[in-house]
Design a protein around this ligand. Structure first.
Ligand code: B3K
Ligand code: ZN
Length: 884
């Protein structure tokens, strides 16, 4: 149990800083065991702040203070106080120069926050509050300073020395060490500080900005990865061009540096001029990375690059505003990816991710608004809600304003707030001002947790040819928060005739006729009706096209309607969504009444989609993919773990048996013996072929097993190898073991590929998976100290394998909590993420509920939990007071 409950930080308590820091000069004498950090800070009182007690309180954690002086005068012991998390200076002047010198220990830093060692290199991670583990500072985003960084290190061990900004002079110190200086001309908050020291391979390219500035682009990787950089570099150049064209944003320094490191808590970090990346989001070669890896790299490289304007040039006033930079930047990277690939497939992937991760979060014990109003540990708030729902809010704003007004609004935002730390209100105000719209009510979206529901009714009047759509919005009640009032919601709709053609959407009170296609209806009140006129027959509505708002739609479609939309809708997203709704309906029926026959037309629609050679193969693959077991569970009052699995397996079996010939034909038709290409078409064909293989392998007779083994052995590319290995593992027995052994032997030197090897075993639905996962903890390649490795085995099993993690025995829960307890003292951030596997505990049957609660309480009663884990556990247990 946590002895002293850690304090909660509230948005309403925000105060401007009492002091400002204009200039920071850092000098590092780098060494993995002990690094010395000297900081010279130009500090002055903030004229905009209310006067406090005259003391200056600097944040600092795990620092060994060696020297402290104000304006060159060393301070006496009576003039300052060192606390575990702060340095307090008594009665400082209004303007002064502070010098501190501290010692820190990078090699002992297992939390991977602050300065730490990864392999043989040293690197940093400061967001959100890691800078205070490097030096004493005002570690808050509204303190923006100019930084210079001097790095001194052993020349042989650390030939490459990098920091933010532009390179300055470097020097050999003659004693085996060398020095490099970096200057960043742009004021920034300290969470964007970064340094890297190592023996790294460099890949260089260049980019000329729209206004003709030359930028040197440099990618740094561990030497053995020198041939896995091309895709990341290409993605960076595409992102730079796209931001110029779409948002008028140019890059601003002479160099742009990206370093790939193998120990990293999350995906990547947008440090000014020096992005530090999880190697997973940099390294790719067709034989080592799947299509999904390639797309992930392109998206994350773009995301971090886009932060240069949305996050760095303009940053957040406080951490409650996190979605100001994250929501907007995710929206920007999603649109970039849609432009680079297939728009429909990109949107489907984004929405699936939102529904699978954010919707459950928003209805569970960890629900919070896109702008949270309280936290214990800010690292727990880098969530699907802040990121992905936040992106949906910006998308709705873009939809409501239309492209021109939205661009005027973002131009105004960049012009007005460049160099500032601002709030979500500041952003919305720019969009409102540029568009002339009142966006006041829109702010409710940022404050209101929970997924709104739209209840749609319709009415057809044959005599007048009038079709009326009535949409009612309902915000699910959350325990402690009254609804903040109706939300502005853009609902994109189409109306289809019996042949599947889009009809004109002519509203009753409009003079001129309107074109056929999609139209955005706006909801501003609890219930709104729209009367469409001039129609010859009752249309079929296609609702929420492109998923124009992060809501759930309830409309009473018949099975036939859904089959129709799945095969006819001109909106690709809604074809997929109709297929999902229908499959969900059949699967949930299958859970409660296992022997219900399939509705006529379902298999036919499947067949038609499978063989519809005119449609995008990537979209077809999405339409034919059934909802996941976890998603289906989330649609049930009480999750029926085994029932869902059985129903889904049964349906897959029915499809596989009935459509065997078509599946085989599709598999063969989409084989591509040529070189690996990353076009949307090539990706789509691989997806479709591997989907056909997945269905076929369900029966796993000799013929399909042979196909699968041949695909595995052909080593065409990692996408195909992984798809085959997945089903070989599922088939089990010697075939599985041989394939796994062969794979491991081939790739044991490539950490990211070994992660896949662990992951695929953790994902297996075979009944001995937990035993296997437990024995893999002792594998020579397993370690708890590498977050990627840990996620690939423990994370995959606990967060992605519903069937086996939620085994009725509760063994999965014990396994998880054992790992969390082992990990928490070393890396609390990752430990807190893992605990979230238990967040939905109340949604399961009584037995599982009890077992999960028991494990949560076991955690809660552990002494000295990190505040990361404490916060998640306390909220997850919630009102069901654990007995102390
Ligand atoms: N801003 C970082 C995330 C930092 C997470 C700190 N726990 C990556 C990103 O969103 O681009
Ligand atoms: Zn981000």
């Amino acid at each position: 149990m946590y002895r002293n409950t850690p304090p909660t930080i509230h948005l309403k308590d925000y105060r401007p800083p009492e002091f400002l820091i204009d200039q920071v000069d850092l000098r590092f004498e780098l060494d993995p065991d002990t690094t010395q950090v000297e900081a010279t800070l130009a500090i002055r009182r903030n004229p905009a702040a209310t006067r406090g007690d005259g003391n200056l309180r600097l944040d600092g954690e795990q620092l060994e203070l060696e020297y402290l002086a104000i304006d060159d005068r060393p301070l006496a012991r009576s003039e300052y106080r060192v606390e575990p998390e702060a340095l307090i200076l008594r009665r400082v002047p209004d303007r002064f120069r502070l010098v501190t010198r501290v010692r820190i220990h990078p090699a002992r830093n297992t939390a991977l926050e602050g300065l730490y060692q990864s392999g043989s290199m040293l690197c940093t991670q400061c967001e959100a509050e890691g800078f205070r583990r490097i030096t004493y500072f005002l570690d808050r985003p509204d303190v923006m300073a100019r930084f210079s960084t001097t790095l001194i290190a052993d020349r042989d061990r650390f030939p490459i020395l990098l920091a933010n900004g532009n390179p300055g002079p470097s020097q050999d110190l003659g004693d085996g060490r060398h020095l490099a200086r970096w200057d960043d001309p742009f004021p920034k908050p300290c969470y964007l500080f970064a340094l890297v020291a190592g023996d790294l391979h460099q890949v260089e390219d260049r980019f000329t900005t729209a206004s003709g500035r030359e930028v040197s682009l440099r990618l740094f990787v561990e030497p053995e990865h020198h041939d896995q950089c091309e895709h990341a570099m290409r993605s960076l150049k595409k992102a730079m061009r796209w931001d110029e064209e779409r948002y008028g944003r140019e890059y601003d320094l002479d160099v742009y540096l990206i370093v790939a490191v193998s120990h990293f808590n999350m995906g990547a970090m947008e440090n000014k001029g020096l992005n530090i990346f999880n190697a997973k989001y940099v390294l790719a070669r067709p034989d080592t990375a799947t299509d999904q890896d390639y797309l992930g790299i392109q998206g994350v490289i773009a995301h971090e690059y886009f932060h240069n304007w949305t996050g760095n040039r303009i940053t957040c006033r406080d951490w409650f505003q996190l979605s100001l930079k994250e929501g907007f930047t995710v929206f920007r990277d999603q649109e970039f990816s849609a432009d680079m690939g297939s728009r429909d497939v990109t949107r489907i992937a984004d929405v699936r991710n939102l529904r699978n991760r954010q919707f459950p979060e928003d209805s569970g014990p960890l629900a919070h608004p896109v702008r949270p109003d309280a936290y214990i540990e800010i690292n727990n708030f880098y969530t699907a809600t802040v990121y992905e729902k936040g992106a949906e809010l910006v998308r709705m704003l873009a939809t409501l304003l239309g492209p021109d007004a939205f661009r005027r609004g973002t131009d105004l935002y960049f012009a007005r707030h460049d160099g500032q730390a601002v709030t979500i209100e500041d952003f919305i105000a720019c969009l409102a001002e540029a568009s002339g719209r009142d966006l006041g009510p829109f702010l409710r979206w940022y404050a209101q947790p929970g997924t709104p529901e739209l209840e749609v009714r319709d009415q057809w009047e044959d005599e007048t040819g009038t079709y009326r759509l009535t949409i009612r919005q309902r915000i699910p009640a959350t325990s402690d928060r009254p609804s903040s009032g109706p939300l502005p919601i853009p609902v994109a709709v189409g109306l289809l005739d019996a042949k599947g053609r889009d009809l004109p959407l002519h509203l009753a009170d409009e003079p001129a006729p309107t074109p056929a296609g999609t139209r955005v209806l706006e909801l501003h009140t609890d219930e709104t009706s729209f009367r469409f006129v001039g129609l010859a027959a009752r249309p079929i509505p296609s609702l929420l096209r492109g998923f124009s708002a992060p809501v759930k739609v309830r409309y009473d479609y018949s099975d036939q309607d859904l089959v129709f939309l799945m095969t006819h809708d001109s909106d690709g997203f809604n074809r997929w969504d109709a297929a999902q709704s229908l499959a969900q309906r059949l699967l949930l029926q299958g859970v409660s009444e296992p022997n219900t026959p399939l509705p006529s037309g379902f298999i036919d629609a499947f067949r038609r989609t499978l063989t519809d050679e005119d449609a995008d193969p990537g979209l077809r693959a999405e339409i034919l993919t059934l909802p996941s077991e976890a998603y289906l569970g989330d649609q049930m009052e009480t999750v029926d773990v085994e029932g869902i699995h059985r129903a889904r397996e049964t349906l897959i079996g029915q499809i596989a048996t009935t459509l065997r010939a078509e599946l085989l034909a599709t598999y063969r038709a989409n084989q591509d013996p040529g070189p690996y290409r990353l076009t949307p078409l090539a990706i789509g064909r691989r997806a479709l072929k591997n989907l056909a293989l997945a269905y076929l392998m369900h029966t796993s007779d000799d013929e399909t097993l042979a196909l699968c083994q041949a695909q595995f052995a052909a080593h065409q590319n990692m996408t195909d190898v992984m798809a085959a290995l997945r089903w070989l593992v599922e088939a089990g027995g010697e075939t599985a073991d041989q394939a796994l052994d062969a794979f491991y032997r081939r790739w044991s030197d490539d950490a990211l590929v070994v992660d896949k090897w662990f992951g695929i075993q953790a994902l297996s639905q075979r009944d001995d998976t937990l035993l296997r996962v437990e024995s893999l903890l002792d594998h020579e390649a397993f370690t708890m100290t590498n977050p990627n490795r840990l996620r690939s085995l423990v994370g995959t099993f606990c967060l992605m394998n519903q069937l086996r993690f939620h085994a009725a025995s509760g063994a999965g829960y014990v396994f998880l909590v054992d790992r969390v307890l082992e990990l928490d003292p070393k890396n609390p951030q990752i430990a807190a993420r893992l605990v979230q596997a238990l967040a939905q505990w109340r949604r399961f049957d009584e037995t599982r509920r009890g077992l999960m609660r028991g494990q949560l309480e076991r955690l809660f009663h552990t002494p000295d939990l990190s505040k990361d884990v404490y916060e998640v556990v306390a909220k997850t247990l919630g009102s069901s007071e654990p007995d102390a």
